[in-house]
Design a protein around this ligand. Sequence first.
Ligand code: ASP
Length: 358
Amino acid sequence: MPVSLPLFEQGRHLLSVDQFDRGTLRRLFDLADAVDPIARRRGVCTVLDGAMLGSLFFEPSTRTRLSFESAFLRLGGEVTTTTGFTFSSMAKGESIADTARVVSGYSDVLVVRHPDEGSVAQFAAASVVPVVNAGDGAGEHPSQALLDVYTLERELTERGKTIDSCVLAILGDLRYGRTVHSLMKLMSLHDKVEFRLFAPPGLELPDEFARPVVERGHTVTLCDTVVDAVAGADAVYATRVQRERMTEELSRSISGLPATDTGLAPGSRPAPDLLNRAILTEADNLDIVIMHPLPRDSRPGSFDLSSDVDDLPGLAIFHQTDNGLKVRMAIFLTALGVSVEAVELTTKQRPWKATLRE
Ligand code: ASP
């Protein structure tokens, strides 16, 4: 990913969180707040009437694809979509450049997820419309990091704390987890964050992500245990082991983890949870804000966040998913140069009865 990308503003691609400074971040979050009533279906908006989103997902996705598509639809636009390689002409050998040029001719903005790091930037280079990176391999996942920071800031504010000077524990697959890479970069725009990192052997954070954070004056502590990482922390961000990005050999070498995607290797014991209620009890931090980019891997031995934390007061994982909708609406409005005034002018009361929780 090039380091000198322009700030994310009107008409621009969103490829990396490197495209944000604190001002740009604040403007995006203000826009997300402004569209909250539309995200909650208190109003019906047609500001993107006639606009077309091209949604291209070449890797599995539930939240990201559906929330990007819902965000566009909720702003009054239309969506055309393709998922997986099997049903696209890439299965016939079509290049990223040709695909991007063709599909961008049908769309006003593209959202792209692809398994190869740097591939979404290649899409952007050939596209005639703005491209939003919805995850490029083990590279970045900027919209996830944006909704993570948006959520973390709000959770901390509700507890009378600030995102500046917060203590954030980050656990799990820090090597292949692209959401962690984007989150650490975006968090480092704030002041004096203390990062406490815990990763199983072989899944440690690559130095290219740790070094710039330290250079910006933040603290990065590598913890030997999850208890050490979460004790006294304001928030914890747990992540799934990204087995789809590992060789079978590496997967086997990670002690206690199953070797395959489908279950336990013969003779292996299920690994303990990465994070559960007992660990938080031992760390005396049952009130901690609990975050996860999801999906949470619920299979036996998955070494992920246990659902036994789900009734704790700090559980924020579904606040993240709810917030993702309005943050992604704000991304589209920015990419397409739509003002808050235009949104207000094109929003009317819904004529139907909402059955949603308020
Ligand atoms: N949904 C996130 C991603 O696409 C996290 C994950 O898959 O573990 O990167």
